[in-house]
Design a protein around this ligand. Structure first.
Ligand code: C5P
Length: 223
């Protein structure tokens, strides 16, 4: 079959990453986590003393770090200037700062170019997950999925992922998640939004396996 390009968007805690990785692995496609790239550039800004609230400073630095994404769904990788960034991009500090950095147009232009190049190079196709894949990055994708879930379900899933002490504070997790989604949806440049031709899947009442099955079926119908 011809290469298939799939975009999976939606707010945090809807199961985007788990779904995208599993679907890509099942169908022999590459996988790209664009959120990891926004986190990576944010991590670099924090490490280099750039005030993430200063949009001009962020814009000036946007081209500086070299970000490389490995697209094997079984073992996705991300490096910044050659350093493994997989763990540090998941810290609370990065999570709190990422929406400000990703709202800066120069950051988006840079990463959008990188994402398009990676998608174009995938031999059999790719599953790309993010917030603006269907609307901006890959408007001609063969299939666009928009995952949703209630704020309660999303907070519970995110809490489960965090584990330990943070898991206890469901209310705080929910508040932080709702704040980040509002920032991502409300920004001027390429906000989190469902493309007109995207298929919306509400995952609130579904297990991960059911969501994976649903997306696999939708892709197979396109191939
Ligand atoms: O998916 P994840 O939660 O790792 O994404 C982190 C952040 O990166 C999002 O909250 C959003 O600010 C930004 N992002 C974006 N556009 C994308 C993917 C992620 O702005 N395509």
């Amino acid at each position: 079959p011809a290469a298939v390009i799939v975009g999976i968007d939606g707010p945090s805690g809807t199961g985007k990453s788990s779904t995208s990785k599993a679907v890509a692995a099942k169908l022999g496609l590459r996988y790209l986590d664009t959120g990891a790239q926004y986190r990576a550039i944010t991590w670099w800004m924090l490490n280099n003393g750039i005030d993430v609230k200063d949009a001009e400073a962020v814009a000036d630095a946007a081209g500086k770090p070299e970000i490389v994404s490995g697209t094997d769904p079984a073992a996705p990788t991300i490096t910044v200037d050659g350093a493994d960034a997989a763990a540090p991009i998941r810290t609370q500090e990065v999570t709190s700062a990422v929406s400000a950095v990703s709202a800066v147009p120069e950051v988006r232009t840079r990463l959008t170019e990188l994402q398009r190049a990676i998608a174009a190079e995938a031999p059999d196709g790719i599953v790309v997950e993010g917030r603006d894949i269907g609307t901006t990055v890959l408007p001609d994708a063969d299939l666009k999925i928009f995952l949703t879930a209630s704020a309660e379900a999303r907070a519970a899933r995110r809490s489960g992922e965090l584990g330990g002490k943070e898991a206890a504070d469901l209310a705080a997790t929910r508040a932080a998640l709702v704040r980040r989604d509002a920032a991502d949806s409300g920004r001027k440049t390429s906000p989190l939004a469902k493309a007109a031709d995207a298929v919306e899947v509400d995952t609130t009442e579904l297990t991960l396996d059911q969501v994976i099955e649903c997306v696999v079926t939708l892709i197979e119908e396109k191939r």
